[in-house]
Design a protein around this ligand. Structure first.
Ligand code: ADP
Ligand code: MG
Length: 387
């Protein structure tokens, strides 16, 4: 990581920051609630506050800071024009309260050149819309640095660049897990984006000693073990992948802990407890209390724990118990604890335990990919930048 320029390096390279226009790629992809009357509410401004140390460091030195971020998926749901509900307006209002006098560009993904990583869009970002081109670039968007998008990999090829404080902290913590593991090192995985995350389990098996699996992810593993999963969320086309992962774990002598009881609803829609076999029409929405207790033991005995993905549909009070119990174990264990993933962080906040873990990462996919590969496209771009 010492090969990636820091803010101080950028300051030196530019001969001071006073009056310099600095483009800061932030991750302001905050959770939003769209109210019927058209107003938009930011439910958690964690990602905006997390960028403040970098923004303040730059403004204190007289830089003109221009922030830019993506927000949601403006071309999803069949939109051929960017869906205006993902405008940066509400984020801009919150940022103005926290960091007055900082400019914020419109949602980067309103231009298809962002995700398409087009040279024209990169040139446009550098030139600025008002003819005031940027003098330097800072990446503080850890949560987007696993993507080779224009605003992440483009500007460092053209202007002096550095990592911001948030990116630096994230990389330091996550590479610490990867490169200096303390054993037992346990990964706790759950959530709903199953196929996205299955890919990293193979890589995680090389690094960690034990993997705990809950959330919807466990049902694809149950299916791989030949157990019926009822109508629970699972991905039949990933069953072979799960079989291969179970075999790889056995080969490496690593343990994959799967739940042996499940909470959910039966075919009639009534709240129910199950073992690890779910009958036709039954749906599992949480790990059961026995599994939550067993997982607690594993977490308490660990020396490092990385958690990504809630154990169940914790947004519904009937199915929050497994996630709450695991969150409490994360808070109580003496292990070094890191939590990554938007919904996992939201769960911790819901249980008021976000201050009780060692690090809450602003990036879910990015933290998994950094653990897996030890590098990210955004970091590589900074390393090769024009400094
Ligand atoms: P993160 O944002 O932490 O990476 P994900 O986005 O992968 O996590 O998944 C979070 C979502 O997974 C939550 O909204 C939760 O309701 C859902 N979820 C967890 N377990 C289940 C389950 N058994 N069935 C359906 N949804 C689930
Ligand atoms: Mg999520």
């Amino acid at each position: 990581m010492s090969d990636i320029p820091r803010l101080e390096d950028l300051e030196l390279r530019l001969g001071g920051l006073s009056g310099k226009r600095i483009f800061v790629r932030t991750d302001f992809n905050v959770p939003l609630v769209f109210v019927d009357d058209g107003t938009v509410v930011i439910t958690d401004d964690f990602r905006i506050r997390a960028a403040l140390p970098t923004i303040e460091w730059l403004t204190e030195r007289g830089a003109n800071v221009v922030c830019a971020s993506h927000l949601g998926r403006p071309f999803a749901d069949g939109w051929t024009e960017p869906n205006p509900k993902y405008s940066m307006g509400p984020v801009q209002a919150r940022l103005a309260e926290l960091a007055p006098d900082v400019e914020l560009l419109e949602n980067l993904r309103f231009d298809a050149g962002e995700t398409g990583n087009s040279d024209e869009f990169v040139a446009q970002l550098i030139a600025g819309s008002d003819g005031k081109s940027i003098d330097g670039y800072v990446n503080d968007a850890f949560g987007a640095s696993h993507r080779s998008h224009a605003s992440i990999v483009g500007p460092p090829q053209h202007v002096p660049a550095a990592m911001g404080r948030l990116l630096e902290k994230e990389v330091q913590v996550l590479l610490g897990l990867r490169n200096k593991p303390k054993h037992p090192f346990v990964a706790v995985l759950g959530g709903a984006k199953v196929s996205d995350k299955l890919g990293v389990i193979g890589a995680l098996l090389e690094i960690v000693d034990e993997i705990i699996i809950g959330g919807a992810m466990c049902f694809t593993f149950f299916a791989a073990q030949g157990k019926p999963v009822g109508a629970s969320l699972h991905e039949p086309d990933q069953i072979d992948v799960c079989k291969a992962l179970l075999a790889k774990a056995a080969e490496l002598g690593k343990t994959i802990h799967l739940p042996d009881d499940i909470t959910g609803v039966d075919a009639q829609g009534n709240f129910a407890q199950f073992g690890s076999r779910l009958g036709e029409g039954s749906i599992g929405y949480d790990i059961g209390p026995g599994s939550a207790a067993a997982f607690t033991d594993v977490i308490m005995d660990a020396r490092m724990v990385f958690w990504n993905g809630p154990m169940g549909m914790f947004e519904d009070e009937r199915f929050e118990s497994g996630t709450r119990t695991v969150a409490q174990a994360m808070a109580e264990t003496k292990a070094f604890t890191v939590v990554g993933g938007g919904d996992s962080a939201a769960a911790l906040a819901k249980f008021c335990l976000d201050d009780e873990v060692d690090h809450v990462s602003t990036g879910g996919g990015a933290s998994l990919e950094l653990l897996e590969n030890g590098d990210l496209p955004g970091l590589e771009a900074l390393r090769n930048s024009q400094n």
